[in-house]
Design a binder for this molecule. Structure first.
Ligand code: ADP
Ligand code: MG
Length: 256
């Protein structure tokens, strides 16, 4: 059941913080069902891009559209409601809740009956809950978390907690997934497995992925397209092979 994913178009994105231009007229398009990496040296504007896409920061100028839908200026929950889910660079799980309950939190966007019906113990709410639990199990199996569903999330090793974050984002049935340094802090083995899993999300679920990542090995292996930022400007873009041999990219990385 691949979601109907339109292109995500970022146009002329400009973000100014008191006196400092963090992003300056950045444009790129995330093609449906692709992994689009945003890379660049420290201070290039990667996190700012991510924060605008997820509604944490407001653009000073420019737009973000998902197909015909305007995302520009929406608050984080408004962006989530339109099918754009994110993970956090630093883990933001409920450590005492089980993995299953953390994954269930990702389903809230999709809960029709909602808390009121659940509180009143209506049969419709019970059926809906069962449906969500079933989907949580499927996503746990997909992400390799099935055997950990009953454990408190905070007791899992770091790499697995990162997978719970990813699983929770997938539980929202997103059309676009924003990943902020998904392999940061992972062991080599965890990096390899997470990269395969992200490829599986793209290839198996057809979700578009925006990847902000420092690990060039992972970027080059996973990305279908790369946007390179430096000092808030887009200095290059294309396939991983194209940007790797682009002189402007080499200069930007060697110049630091
Ligand atoms: P990256 O993630 O590529 O390292 P950032 O997007 O974090 O870069 O930062 C881009 C620029 O914007 C940097 O010069 C940074 O200091 C600045 N910046 C980021 N966030 C803020 C903020 N909230 N207030 C002021 N300046 C900021
Ligand atoms: Mg950053």
């Amino acid at each position: 059941t691949a979601p109907d994913v339109p292109p995500l178009r970022v146009r002329d994105l400009t973000v100014r913080f008191a006196g400092l231009t963090a992003l300056d007229g950045v444009s790129f398009t995330v093609e449906p069902g692709s992994v689009h990496a945003v890379i660049g040296p420290n201070g290039a504007g990667k996190s700012t891009t991510f924060n605008v896409l997820s509604g944490v920061h407001r653009a000073t100028f420019g737009s973000v559209r998902l197909g015909d839908e305007e995302l520009t200026g929406l608050p984080p929950h408004g962006i989530t409601a339109r099918g754009v889910a994110r993970t956090f660079q630093n883990i933001a799980l409920s450590p005492h809740a089980t993995v299953a309950d953390n994954l269930m939190l990702g389903r809230h966007r999709l809960t029709r009956a909602g808390f009121l019906a659940a509180g009143l113990r209506l049969p419709s709410a019970a059926r809906e809950e069962a449906r969500h639990r079933e989907r949580v199990r499927e996503i746990a199996a997909f992400t390799g978390l099935e055997e950990h569903l009953g454990r408190p999330a905070g007791t899992l090793p770091y790499g697995l907690q990162k997978l719970v974050e990813l699983g929770r984002a997938l539980c929202a049935e997103p059309r676009v997934l924003l990943l902020d340094e998904p392999v940061a802090g992972m062991t080599a083995e965890e990096r390899r497995r997470t990269a395969s899993l992200i490829a599986g999300v793209r290839d198996g679920l057809g979700i578009s992925i925006v990847l902000v990542e420092h690990d060039m090995g992972v970027v080059m292996r996973l990305a279908d397209a790369v946007t390179v930022l430096d000092f808030g400007r887009r200095i290059a873009g294309g396939t991983p092979e194209q940007v790797q041999r682009d002189p402007a990219v080499v200069r930007a990385y060697l110049g630091r």
